[in-house]
Design a protein around this ligand. Structure first.
Ligand code: MG
Length: 497
């Protein structure tokens, strides 16, 4: 990093409030600490759909910097929006969006019928997160299928996809597709041999996550051990990693499986009509004492000082559980055989004595939805670094209220008097002041997370942070992925107890 970059960061930091400044400097420090993370990046998928959300501000000859206009900012913020409405069930609709800071973005997301939704935050490159977003929901669907249906499905000569996915933007490259189909076939056959037909959702989520994680390793090791062939693409997926938060909603039953530091937060309306944020998940990071104790207990006393260092696993990895990241799971011998020849000695972390140090085992949470539960926000830490769960719930709550003004005025009854129509229009005109800028609640959250101040969104701040060049942007904010799911209160009210 050169001096002008540093002075630019310091100058920009000075313009921000102390809280954000500390966060930014914290991020900068964290980022520098992660310099020795896996540098081996081989894109496993076609990244053509992802672009940096940043546009670099224009500097004129006279030295004046021109920031993006409000329209340009809105264009950047809305580029990856997605929305879907449902006509039956407990889920009314969902809004989703993501904003890159890394180039390419390391966060991914996937959604499918039922409703299954995943947010994945990658590190060490985007490969693992992209592959998981493409595969995990299928593994979950397979784990949930009753045995007789599964057996029929396995024996079908030309199978259709197990589940209908929405907003699927990742396209795997052809040779990886073949590898993954083989693994999935093998997994389906294994599942169809199971005798128990009882499909517990939480157990199925866990089984699917662990099985996919295991397959990421097998896809590297099996061909290598069989005939010495090393597939660099599957290796790059296994060496990069991703934290994962997957939710399954069926009627009033909400299950969440969490690995790492994404979070799911429920927006609930209390008896006295106040918003309450119920944090469903607990992050697996060094702020979670139970997690620290678990890791210390899994390794000998002699490693107490090294297994968690500088708030990171082996001084390197911030999340304490994740998918992929076989740099922290394989034995030293395997790493020497498959990773060192390509990556050099740094492929083996320092103080690597008693692997595995990392697990993809998810924590499973269950919540029975009530009519008071209005929405669920699932997001990567890029959002939670900037706003609290309660702030985000209040923002979505306000957004819900104002969102009705995006729809044309509907008269409440036929034969309404002209005077009443006039009153309705006057009320609407007054209320339109609270109409949010963005129809999509995920965009609304991202806009406020980046540009929010006590007095509302500050365009200059938003424009500034969005116009940083990709190499600088990561020091100020992380990739953000946000999905907001709205529940149908009437459906939940009428659902039998
Ligand atoms: Mg992140």
């Amino acid at each position: 990093m050169n001096c002008s970059n540093i002075s630019f960061i310091v100058n920009t930091c000075l313009k921000l409030d102390p809280g954000l400044r500390q966060k930014i400097l914290g991020n900068w420090f964290r980022d520098h600490k992660s310099e020795n993370r896996c540098q081996f990046r081989y894109l496993a998928v076609n990244p053509r759909y992802f672009h940096s959300a940043s546009i670099v501000s224009q500097t004129h000859k006279d030295g004046i910097t021109v920031l993006p206009s409000p329209q340009e900012v809105t264009h950047i913020l809305r580029k990856n929006e997605f929305n879907k409405d449902f006509t039956t069930g407990s889920v009314k609709a969902y809004d989703s969006n993501q904003l890159a800071s890394n180039t390419p973005i390391e966060d991914t997301r996937s959604e499918a019928q039922c409703l299954l939704m995943g947010v994945y935050d990658g590190h060490g490159g985007p490969a693992c997160a992209q592959v998981i977003s493409k595969r995990l929901l299928n593994y979950i669907a397979a784990a949930l299928l009753p045995n007789d249906v599964l057996k029929k499905y396995v024996n079908e000569p030309s199978r259709e996809c197990l589940i209908e996915t929405y907003n699927d933007r990742v396209e795997l490259i052809e040779d990886l597709k073949v590898v993954y189909e083989k693994s999935f076939d093998k997994h389906l056959k294994q599942l169809s041999l199971e005798t128990s037909d009882k499909k517990d959702v939480g157990a199925s989520l866990e089984q699917a996550i662990l099985q996919l994680d295991e397959d990421l390793s097998k896809e590297v090791l099996e061909p290598f051990l069989r005939d010495g062939q090393l597939n660099q693409k599957t290796l790059s997926v296994a060496m990069s990693g991703a934290v994962t938060c997957v939710t399954h909603i069926d009627g009033p039953h909400l299950h969440v499986a969490n690995v790492g530091d994404c979070n799911a937060v429920l927006g609930t309306m209390t008896e006295d009509n106040q918003w309450f944020a119920k944090k469903i998940t607990k992050e697996h990071n060094s702020e979670n004492l139970d997690e620290l104790k678990r890791i210390w207990n899994e390794h000998p006393e002699s490693e107490r000082q090294t297994v968690i260092r500088r708030d990171r696993l082996l001084g390197e990895l911030a999340p304490l559980r994740s998918m992929g990241d076989y740099r922290y799971k394989w034995s030293k011998q395997i790493l020497s055989d498959v990773a060192v020849p390509l990556l050099g000695k740094k492929a083996i972390p320092a103080n690597y004595h008693t692997p595995p140090y990392l697990s993809a085992k998810p924590d499973i949470y269950y919540h029975r939805l009530t009519p008071k539960d209005k929405f669920l926000i699932v997001a990567s830490d890029g959002l939670w670094d900037m706003i609290t769960p309660l702030q985000s719930v209040k923002l979505v709550g306000e957004h819900m209220k104002g969102k009705v003004f995006f729809n044309p005025l509907k008269l409440p009854r036929k034969n309404i008097q002209l005077g009443d129509i006039n009153e309705l229009l006057l009320h609407r005109k007054e209320s339109l002041k609270s109409k949010p800028k963005d129809r999509n609640a995920a965009t609304h959250l991202i806009r406020h997370a980046i540009g929010g101040t006590e007095y509302g969104v500050d365009h200059a701040r938003l424009a500034h942070l969005l116009s940083l060049s990709p190499d600088v942007s990561r020091m100020f904010r992380d990739d953000m992925t946000v999905t907001v799911v709205y529940f149908d209160s009437e459906f939940l009210r009428q659902y039998p107890a």
